[in-house]
Design a protein around this ligand. Structure first.
Ligand SMILES: NC(=O)c1ccc[n+]([C@@H]2O[C@H](COP(=O)([O-])OP(=O)(O)OC[C@H]3O[C@@H](n4cnc5c(N)ncnc54)[C@H](O)[C@@H]3O)[C@@H](O)[C@H]2O)c1
Length: 433
């Protein structure tokens, strides 16, 4: 039987779910409502749907969420709003009898996380967190190799993620730039990274020690670059011609329609100055993490790099696995394929203790996030046709563990000491379930 879906949040990310339901998965899924606080973005998406399919989709403003659930009778609510709103919609949807699919991060702090876990337990509804990175072939391949014991038991991990000055800079232009909206990059972005590690090494974070600061996206960097006459946003900035971070919403048809033409409804500016004082997230962070299985990880995230991607090394009892992954650069919702892999920049090398080192031919696929988006959609909308040997389907506990490293890191940066994750969300202790 067809499953009924509604989507909350009509911004950049909702397009993937909308187009999947109305396109390749139309036989399995039907879209019965769309909700957002911005009337303009609702009308834009409804118009696109009408043009593509002839369907007049009912749309609802944020204060009519409950009414949407009553009228649209969804089985599933898909949540693609900004991060700080996920918890409220997740909990309300489950209380009203719906299953939930939420974008990452599941939420942004410990209190909200505890509320989600409690509501899920009380309602018994399903909650899926869409970790598309798990589904991309090279990351699944690393899981396959580690699961098969290619380097024995994993004792330590070195993980370094680079965000470049194009895509990385984009987090400093809009709501992500304030922790109250996103939890900072250690939650908003690194939820992907920490989820991958939890999944790859099949363990959970125990203690986290972190340092971090905003080192690059600062007013003094703009001064050094001779940008002395900046505006608070690119659209009217006198430095437009000189600034290599300038983003012209007007010149990109997708960004213009989605953001510039809708800002009069809610004052959401998509192109704030990346050197502005008015932000409180870090752009350079370093962590030391211990895991329940006794593995150790050193991790860094820098958001002002010349290339985008990561290098990760697993050190095991029988050798070492090194994996590098370079991603193509993009601006979120600019109409390009986000996070597609640059084939020549991705490799996996295994260094056994005794035998010679060798390179594994990398599993490949086309599409968003290294081919992960497409496989994720199949797994969501056609679950009965997909097997899950790698345990890629993630629920509320995976969602919670994936944010806890970053949430603990935020506390550690503030308090200057290591933080125990279970002190933040005791419900995750297996013994108390
Ligand atoms: N997995 C991935 O690779 C990936 C990629 C991009 C975004 N995301 C996630 O998707 C989510 C949305 O990101 P985005 O880039 O689409 O952001 P966006 O700013 O483009 O869209 C957010 C939408 O939420 C709406 N909104 C704001 N307040 C609201 C309210 N009170 N009620 C309902 N809607 C409200 C905004 O009007 C906007 O349309 C984020 O959680 C982000 O982390 C995930």
């Amino acid at each position: 039987m067809k499953q009924r879906y509604v989507i909350v949040g009509a911004g950049g990310r909702h397009e993937m779910y909308r187009d999947a339901i109305l396109g390749p998965y139309a036989a399995e899924a039907t879209l019965t409502g769309l909700c957002d606080n911005n009337r303009g973005r609702l009308a834009l998406s409804a118009g696109i749907i009408r043009d593509k399919t002839g369907i007049d989709l009912p749309v609802y403003e944020a204060d009519a969420f409950d009414a949407m659930i009553t009228k649209a009778r969804p089985d599933w609510v898909v949540i693609t709003t900004k991060d700080s709103l996920h918890d409220a919609y997740i909990c309300r949807a489950m209380e009203l009898g719906c299953h939930v699919i939420t974008e990452k991060p599941m939420t942004i702090d410990a209190e909200r996380c505890r509320r989600i876990l409690k509501t899920q337990r009380q309602t018994g509804k399903q909650l899926r967190v869409t970790f598309n990175y798990r589904y991309s072939p090279p990351r699944t391949q690393v899981k396959d190799l580690l699961m098969n014991g290619v380097i024995g038991d994993i004792l330590s991990v070195d993980f370094h993620w680079m965000l470049d000055i194009r895509h990385g800079a984009d987090y400093f232009r809009r709501w992500h730039r304030n922790k109250e909206n996103s939890g900072g990059l250690l939650v908003h972005k690194a939820t992907h990274h920490f989820d991958l590690v939890n999944w790859w090494i099949d363990s959970t974070p125990k203690t986290v020690y972190a340092t971090g600061r905003r080192a690059f996206y600062r007013p003094d960097t703009a001064q050094q670059q001779g940008l002395t006459n900046r505006s608070e946003r690119c659209h009217d900035c006198p430095e437009a011609g000189h600034c290599r971070f300038h983003l012209s919403l007007a010149d990109n048809p997708h960004l213009r329609a989605l953001y510039l033409e809708q800002e009069r409804y809610d004052g959401y500016y998509r192109d704030r100055c990346v050197f502005s004082e008015a932000m409180d997230i870090e752009d350079s962070m370093a962590l030391a993490v211990t895991y329940a299985n006794n593995a150790r990880m050193s991790y860094s995230l820098n958001a002002f790099m010349p290339w985008e991607g990561y290098v990760i090394v697993f050190n095991g009892t029988q050798g070492r696995l090194e994996h590098k992954c370079e991603e193509s650069v993009y601006i979120n919702a600019d109409g390009s394929v986000p996070g597609a892999l640059k084939a020549e920049g991705t490799w996996i090398r295994v260094y056994p203790h005794v035998e010679p080192a060798y390179e594994e031919p990398v599993w490949e696929a086309l599409g968003g996030h290294g081919g992960g988006d497409e496989l994720l959609l199949q797994d969501i909308f056609r679950p009965e046709t997909t097997q899950d040997p790698y345990r890629r389907r993630a629920g509320e506990r995976d969602g919670a563990w994936s944010i806890l490293t970053g949430i603990a890191a935020n506390c550690s940066i503030q308090q200057g000491m290591p933080i125990h994750t279970l002190a933040l969300v005791p419900e995750l202790d297996a013994g108390s379930q």
